[in-house]
Design a protein around this ligand. Structure first.
Ligand code: AHR
Length: 523
């Protein structure tokens, strides 16, 4: 029989405390943390786009040219650096021309990737770029390699980026946009080892090289091409892509791809966290117990090993680290509840915040190679930052983590040395704390700390290896239970609260509660 603690998400009422010691090597600055690590992903799936972002100009829900004002305002606050669109598997069958012109005349298609639901095409290139501009972010457009063609992809790039007045820009202008859009990131396909065409790595590498010869920004700086990388731990895919798809055959004329940069700006990695390792049984996303909590965190913690191993392979071919590892799909993906209002809709709990905090710390710590990451997905799908129900909107615990962590955007990574007790649940043993630290342009230090232990607080002495410090302050996100969830009809229990800190010379003393995500600022 399972112990009572295994059956309930409640944690023991009396919280014990562990002691920990952390040193931040302020004298050993590392890589710059690329803000794009805090990127987002949105796909035509469930209510991710329709209702979540797009309600149409006639909607009673307040909107600007059909795009929800509440969602835009929430996203602006966390300084979203980049948004990947239109998929995902949806992108592998997307034909961009269907999403142009007067909306009432656009063809209604079938979303072949997701439930065969009707696709109105009301949210197309112009609407996406309007959304990008309203949020104040950058586009990352995923090109259809699976069922499309080089010509279709090149035509899309011409449509979006050709200079005003040029031939391809005329159609764009007729549809309301004179100036070209800058398209800094192009995803050359999506999961072409699976929903994007069942390709072998050799087939995909050849396709990538071909597309790379034609895809470009016609009026802006050279576009950054992101090649399809591994599914989780497919290290062979990474090895072969690095061997086969980085280089091109130089040509004596100044062709766009004929530079000293590798063909790919980045190689992607897709990795999802769920309970255990079985895609067929991803575990409940609400009402789970401690064994499920620990199993999910074990998988989230595996992100570190995964990146270390993929990066080691990349180092062999690219020791100067010119090619980024782009984790362009990641997140906590549990089984949706039976009464979920739309496909892949997940309630959001404290566990999601813990997973987000750990994952973002891990990406920060690998900032020398990880220069892009896109959480799946921004609104109403998988590990969302924003949930909507009709006219209502709430932000999730994951949103608050992104808000706390935005201090790391563009900051300099500082190495950390940590001594902390393990968290043990059954046969799962994990480091009890997970941290990353950085220094921003103004010289302030920021430390983000996840205490994964569901029952024990942690008293931490933080040593600073150099510098003179005058002030420290903290904020913490936690809740009563590991599965406390956000609700549309109640106050948000996840809003971060002040966390007492004490500065003493070159040390800061803080106690972080159990199951929490904290931000410490030191100046
Ligand atoms: O994010 C949901 C799906 O997960 C994406 O469409 C696909 O790329 C991945 O398998």
């Amino acid at each position: 029989m399972l112990a009572a603690s295994a059956l309930t998400a409640a944690v023991p009422a009396i919280s014990q405390s562990n002691d920990a010691e952390l040193t931040i090597r302020t004298d050993q600055p590392g890589a710059t943390i690329d803000p794009n690590i805090y990127g987002q992903f949105v796909e035509h799936l469930g209510r991710g786009v329709y209702e979540g972002i797009w309600v149409g100009p006639e909607s009673p829900i307040p909107n600007t040219r059909g795009i929800r004002n509440d969602v835009v305002a929430a996203l602006r606050k966390i300084k979203v650096p980049v948004i990947r669109w239109p998929g995902g598997c949806f992108a592998d069958a997307y034909h961009w021309q269907d999403g142009l012109g007067p909306r009432d005349r656009r063809p209604v298609g079938i979303n072949s990737a997701w439930n065969q639901s009707p696709e109105t095409n009301h949210f197309g290139t112009h609407e996406f770029m309007d959304f990008i501009e309203q949020v104040g972010t950058k586009p990352f457009v995923s090109i259809n390699v699976g069922s499309g063609s080089v010509r279709e992809a090149d035509d899309w790039m011409r449509y979006m980026s050709a200079p005003a007045g040029s031939g391809p820009a005329k159609a764009r202008e007729v549809n309301g946009r004179k100036e070209p859009w800058n398209v800094p990131f192009i995803g050359v396909g999506n999961e072409n080892w699976g929903c994007g065409g069942n390709m072998t790595v050799e087939t995909y590498a050849a396709a990538f090289r071909q597309y790379a010869a034609f895809l470009r920004n016609y009026s802006g700086p050279r576009a950054n091409l992101i090649a399809v990388g591994s599914d989780t731990d497919d290290y062979d895919w990474t090895e072969k892509m690095m061997a086969l798809a980085m280089q091109w055959r130089p040509h004596p004329t100044p062709l766009a791809y004929n530079t000293d940069r590798p063909l790919m700006w980045g190689l992607s990695l897709h990795f999802y966290t769920f309970t255990g390792d079985d895609w067929g049984n991803k575990g409940r996303n609400v009402g789970f117990g401690l064994p499920d909590y620990a199993a999910a965190l074990k998988r989230a913690n595996f992100t570190d090993e995964l990146i270390t191993r993929h990066a080691a392979i990349m180092d062999k071919y690219d020791p100067e680290k010119k090619v980024a590892l782009a984790v362009d799909e990641w997140g906590a993906w549990f089984d949706s509840e039976k009464d979920a209002p739309s496909q892949l809709y997940l309630e959001s709990t404290l566990r999601d915040a813990v997973i987000a905090g750990m994952s973002l710390n891990i990406f920060n710590r690998h900032a020398d190679r990880v220069r892009m990451a896109n959480i799946a997905q921004m609104v109403n799908v998988i590990q969302s930052l924003v949930l909507t129900r009709g006219a209502k909107m709430v932000v999730t615990p994951t949103y608050h983590v992104f808000d706390l962590y935005k201090v790391h955007h563009g900051a300099t990574l500082l190495p950390t040395e940590l001594r902390a007790a393990d968290y043990v649940q059954g046969d799962i043993r994990l480091p009890g704390l997970d941290v990353s630290a950085s220094r921003d342009a103004a010289g302030k230090l920021h430390l983000t700390i996840v205490n994964i232990d569901p029952a024990k607080a942690s008293s931490i002495r933080i040593n600073l290896s150099g510098g003179t410090w005058r002030r420290a302050s903290g904020q913490v996100l936690t809740a009563d239970r590991i599965d406390t969830r956000i609700r549309f009809d109640a106050a948000d229990p996840f809003v971060p609260k002040p966390l007492p800190t004490r500065l003493s010379g070159r040390a800061v003393i803080v106690t972080v509660p159990s199951k929490s995500v904290s931000l410490i600022e030191i100046q």
